[in-house]
Design a protein around this ligand. Structure first.
Ligand SMILES: [Zn+2]
Length: 421
């Protein structure tokens, strides 16, 4: 058993503990508390907290970092990324795999220890396994005019079943892309599959752009034009006539096992509905701004009481995979939400949302020792506020995780006295 002591310990299930310590044995947390501990390795002026959870990213789009400029209209951004993806249709292209691998390392070095990864190809599954990054991979299905939805789902299931030797830490599930790109029949078939796999988690991009709201409400606007232009318009489709959230809630697709990603356009009624269903909203504020859909109503999310997790979205719409930068963006958008709530969203809420809540997201006995230590400045008034101010990877170390042997850690008596930048 190894015991680590720090100026602050953030159990998440409790407020920060000054002079805290945490004991780790065989990769699991064996105890935690505050006050002097005789056997502790003192890590000094750091805050120890659970690794962050990135509940929504697309690692296979990492090769598009910086390739698609910010847009003022969502459809302009969608058109640009579709063109970029058409230019490299091979998911096994070495540049795609290398960038995804680098993305996993980047996430880890900025303190992320669990990801929700959207994949259209399953190409990231072996990479996550090889990179020892626990993940829920959402195998994403699209099809607005899919002829045989049940067949599509069967095929996707078979592809998942064919992925052997991926270990218990990378779990693959099926997920529909969005209400404007998936037919009602395909939604129903995916829901049926979800019901047949108890405990499994799905995810859907929901209520992201004003164009989506118009299309689901009235069947008009840029989305319809795009579907027609792509040759996938379905003449039998009828606009549900309600908000995207009400559409998927009324049809029974969304519940506590489905992540609602984005929610930027959610009304108060939408959020109340999601709260009542126990659905987690995964917010990606930096991406929302980049793709031209506006800022998420984060303070309203928290005021409504809906569960909130955070994600970076892909490197096609965000500069890095550093969840601490996502937290800083959230802090700017929601000054009235407590730093504690924001940090809980980026740890325990995310872990629960991805179905890994028993293992990750808080410092509790029996959970995995996936812990990080963040270097603190000399006088930090409020450690939680500091942690949502934009921590850079150079200030983060892994503590006694299952990924790194303890020898990788520099105890404070060996560490330089200035911040490691
Ligand atoms: Zn996304």
């Amino acid at each position: 058993m190894t015991v680590y002591a720090a100026e602050w310990l953030l159990p998440i299930v409790d407020g920060p503990l000054a002079n805290g310590w945490v004991a780790v044995e065989d990769g699991r947390i064996a105890g935690a508390g505050s006050g002097p501990h005789r056997d502790a390795i003192d890590l000094g002026r750091v805050a120890i907290l659970p690794a962050l959870v990135n509940a929504h990213t697309h690692l296979e789009l990492s090769y598009l970092r910086g390739a698609i400029p910010p847009a003022s209209r969502f459809l302009d951004w969608v058109t640009a990324i579709m063109a970029a993806r058409r230019a490299q249709p091979n998911p096994d292209a070495s540049e795609i795999l290398a960038a995804a691998r680098a993305g996993i390392q980047e996430a880890r070095s900025s303190g992320t220890g669990l990801v929700g990864d959207i994949s259209n190809t399953l190409a990231t599954v072996p990479l996550l396994r090889e990179g020892a990054m626990p993940a829920r991979v959402f195998y994403e299905l699209l099809g607005f005019s899919a002829a045989d939805p049940a067949g599509r789902v069967r095929e996707a299931r078979a592809a998942v079943a064919a992925m052997t030797d991926i270990g218990a830490d990378v779990r693959v599930a099926l997920a529909p892309h969005a209400p404007y790109s998936v037919s009602p029949g395909l939604f129903a078939a995916i829901r049926e599959d979800l019901d047949a796999h108890p405990g499994e988690i799905s995810s859907v991009h929901l209520s992201e752009s004003p164009e989506e709201v118009e299309f689901i409400h009235q069947g008009t606007g840029g989305w319809r034009d795009l579907l027609v232009a792509l040759g996938v318009w379905n003449d039998e489709w009828q606009a549900p006539g309600v908000s995207p959230v009400m559409y998927l809630a009324d049809s029974g697709f969304v519940d506590s096992h489905v992540l609602a990603v984005h929610g930027v356009q959610c009304s108060g009624d939408d959020l109340s509905r999601l709260r009542a269903l126990g659905t987690t909203v995964v917010s990606c504020p930096r991406s929302n701004r980049h793709v031209g859909v506006g800022d998420p109503p984060l303070e309203t999310f928290y005021a409504t009481g809906v569960k909130v997790a955070f994600g970076t979205d892909s490197l096609a719409s965000v500069a890095d995979l550093n969840m601490f930068q996502e937290l800083a963006a959230a802090r700017r958008l929601a000054p009235r939400v407590s730093a504690r709530d924001l940090i809980e969203s980026a740890t325990l809420r995310g872990a629960h949302a991805l179905g890994f809540g028993e293992q990750f997201g808080s410092i509790e006995v029996g959970k995995r020792g996936a812990l990080i230590a963040v270097q603190l400045p000399e006088r930090v008034g409020d450690v939680e506020e500091y942690l949502v101010s934009g921590i850079q990877p150079g200030m983060i170390q892994w503590v006694a995780s299952s990924h790194l042997a303890p020898s990788h850690l520099a105890p404070s008596h060996l560490a330089p006295s200035h911040p490691r930048t």
